[in-house]
Design a binder for this molecule. Structure first.
Ligand code: SF4
Length: 153
């Protein structure tokens, strides 16, 4: 079962506008200087149960101020067989614009048959590993300048 670290019901730092952010557990990239190494373990945090999914979708659908949903982590693409049905359900049941952070590059995801289908549910992908030497606090919505904010649709 997927686990999540925490959620932010209204954040302005994880993409455009006011967003409901879900931080999923599990990451294989192990970037030096990672802001959140406890997120690497896929069992960190709390189980993302059916009850929690319903709770989050209800919170999203009852908040008229939201501009979208953001999936972050960890790396949401850690377990594509779990993430694909999850993002599909959030997309279809909320109709919200979706941003997603990942340590993979867009090109790596395109070449991966298990992960590529997930891209069709993402409006904006922030891609690439965190590179400490390319870190700047002035970068909006990303940690290092190698990471890209890619509008997929
Ligand atoms: S991809 Fe993100 S969560 Fe994963 S190790 Fe790198 S900075 Fe940390």
């Amino acid at each position: 079962m997927l686990h999540y670290l925490y959620t932010y019901p209204e954040t302005i730092v994880d993409g455009d506008g006011i967003r409901f952010s879900i931080y999923l557990s599990g990451c294989r990239h192990h970037c030096r200087g990672c802001h959140n190494p406890e997120s690497w373990n896929p069992a960190s945090g709390h189980p993302l149960t059916r009850e929690k999914i319903e709770e989050f979708i209800e919170a999203i659908n009852s908040n008229p101020l939201l501009d979208g949903i953001t999936f972050s982590g960890g790396d949401p693409f850690y377990s594509p067989e779990d993430f694909l049905p999850l993002i599909k359900e959030f997309s279809e049941r909320t109709g919200q614009n979706i941003w997603c952070y990942t340590g993979y590059t867009y090109e790596e995801l395109l070449e991966d048959p298990a992960r590529r289908p997930i891209l069709s549910y993402i409006n904006v992908l922030v891609d690439g590993r965190f590179e400490q030497s390319l870190y700047s606090p002035k970068l909006e919505f990303r940690g290092s300048s190698n990471q890209r904010i890619l509008k997929l649709k």
